[in-house]
Each structure stands twice: as C-alpha cells, then as structure tokens.
Design a protein around this ligand. Structure first.
Ligand SMILES: Cc1cc2nc3c(=O)[nH]c(=O)nc-3n(C[C@H](O)[C@H](O)[C@H](O)COP(=O)(O)O)c2cc1C
Length: 150
C-alpha cells in the first residue's frame, strides 16, 4: 500500500512489489493535494493530525503481510496514511513501513507508525532521503529490507 503525491514513494512501492511479486495498491486522497495552495494546506492538515477521505482497492484482511509507504508532511504521518491506519484492522498482521522524505525525519516516524498499529507485528522499516533516492543506488538497502519481510 502506498500514498505518493509526487511519485517518489510510488517508485519505491513498485520496486518492492516487483521484487516480492506482491500485489500493489494506492491510497488515494480524495482531497486535491496538487498546486501551491494545496501544498500549504497539506502541511497544515498533517501538522494538525487531520484525517481525510481516502479510497483504496485491496482488503488487508486478504493478506498476512502489508507493506505501507508514504512521504512525511510537516514532521507528521500524512493524513491519508493516518486515515488508512485508523480505518483498517491490521491486528495480527505482519506490517512493514517505508518512507521517502526530504530529511531524515523518517527516523522519528517509524516509532509513531508502530504506535499507531499496536496489534501488528512490525517486521521492518525502510527510510530514505529524497536526495539519495534521486541520485544514489539504494538497491542494497532496499534488498535488506525486503529480506526481512520475506
Ligand atoms: C506539504 C508538505 C510537507 C512536507 N514536510 C516534510 C517534512 O516535514 N519532512 C520531510 O522530511 N519532508 C517533508 N516533505 C517532503 C516529502 O516528504 C518528500 O518530498 C517526499 O519525497 C515526497 O514523496 P512522494 O513523491 O511519494 O509524494 C513535505 C512535502 C510536502 C508536500
């Protein structure tokens, strides 16, 4: 499962799905997040820990392991991810998170995401800074993450 506004986390999600031959699904935020004003509002909503209206296709109950990725907005788990984690029941599921963000803010985000899914078994986290995602070969780190999930 992934949310991506500008494609970075989508690229990582696709790479993971391909390597694991896993199903892939997108969390769609029904609130328009494109454009300068919506960028500001996205940050504000995230900082305020707001929920939003989302759409997705796959039912997590059909899976043992759910890998969830999204960016960070305003030092917080983003509203569509917050909403998804509140909506679905991931208790007893193996759960892994990945984040591509501008800074290393993902380091603080993983414990928060684990707290938001207290009944899940947390099997791995993968975080990468945007500049490394864009310019470096991070496949060894991604492979290490994938090995933990298998
Ligand atoms: C409104 C907004 C707020 C953001 N706030 C943060 C932040 O607090 N920390 C951070 O590291 N990156 C922040 N970012 C950057 C995104 O996390 C980063 O660009 C990410 O790679 C985008 O992923 P995507 O292409 O999958 O949407 C913010 C981006 C937006 C749009």
């Amino acid at each position: 499962m992934y949310y991506s506004r500008t494609g970075n986390n989508r690229t990582i999600a696709k790479a993971i799905a391909e390597k694991l031959s896993a199903d892939i699904d997108e969390i769609v935020d029904k609130k328009n997040r494109q454009g300068k004003l919506n960028w500001l509002l996205a940050g504000r909503d995230s900082r305020a820990k707001k929920l939003t209206e989302i759409e997705y296709q796959k039912n997590p109950q059909d899976y043992d392991t759910i890998i969830i990725g999204a960016p960070i907005w305003a030092w917080n788990p983003i509203p569509p991810l917050r909403t998804y984690l509140q909506k679905v029941d991931l208790s007893g599921k193996r759960v892994a998170f990945f984040i591509c963000s501008k800074s290393e803010a993902y380091i603080n985000m993983f414990p928060q995401l684990a707290e938001m899914t207290p009944e899940s078994e947390h099997v791995g986290n993968f975080g990468i800074q945007e500049h490394r995602f864009l310019s470096e070969d991070y496949s060894a780190e991604l492979d290490e993450f994938i090995e933990k999930i298998k």
